[in-house]
Design a protein around this ligand. Structure first.
Ligand code: GAR
Length: 205
């Protein structure tokens, strides 16, 4: 059976990438397969995770490309095309992609965000900052969202969300870990499988 080739874009630790790799091994993702992992950061541990799983990877560093967004996105695009990827997953990818890039892949780019969009999202809300903001506001429930990516940061159509309780004494680090374990690592693989299955169905029409 044909599978949808997936490019996973990462920047750091790559626990969401690991969740995708594990879901593929466990048969939770069956209609898609990770073809390449692309990192914006040469030191990302996510690259080691890809290597350990025998998955091809590439580094596209904006800094090494002279700092231009155009060159950065052209580099990413070249790796996506080389891998033949039809679906792009932003798994802890910390750069905002331009409209020029996102408009090439309507409903073919997914992102996982560590809050219940439209709370604590958009420009400036990434990584630990999201959890710091949730704790500072005093919300009692947070969570994670998987959504399609369009030209508005964290503004594309929502695919899946899962709520997570905030508990007394939570630090940003403790909360981040709970949101990952209880929400992100579950809804990201589930969304990737659903979207891959839907893309295959469209191709087979
Ligand atoms: C995750 O919590 C992810 O949702 C978040 O960064 C972390 C990356 O962890 N992404 C964003 O904030 C994007 N706006 P990981 O590298 O271990 O998957």
């Amino acid at each position: 059976m044909k599978k949808i080739k997936i490019a996973v874009l990462v920047s750091g630790g790559g626990t969401n990438l690991q969740a995708l790799i594990d879901a593929q091994a466990a048969g939770i993702i069956t209609h898609g397969e990770i073809a390449v992992v692309i990192s914006g950061n040469p030191d990302a541990y996510a690259l080691t995770r890809a290597a350990n799983a025998g998955i091809a990877s590439a580094v596209v560093s904006k800094k090494q490309l002279g700092g231009s967004q155009e060159a950065f996105e052209a580099g990413i695009l070249a790796e996506i095309e080389k891998a033949g990827a039809e679906l792009i997953v932003l798994a802890g990818f910390m750069s905002i992609l331009s409209e020029d890039f996102t408009s090439r892949f309507p409903r073919r780019i997914l992102n996982v965000h560590p809050a219940l969009i439209p709370s604590f999202c958009g420009k400036g809300f990434y990584g630990l900052r999201v959890h710091e903001a949730a704790l500072a506001y005093g919300v009692k429930v947070t969570g994670a969202t998987v959504h399609f990516v369009n030209e508005i940061p964290d503004g594309g159509e929502i695919i899946l969300q899962k709520a997570v309780d905030i508990l007394p004494g939570d630090t940003p680090e403790v909360l981040q870990r709970r949101v990952m374990e209880e929400a992100e690592w579950k809804i990201l693989p589930a969304a990737v499988e659903t979207v891959s299955r839907d893309l295959l169905a469209i191709e087979n029409l």
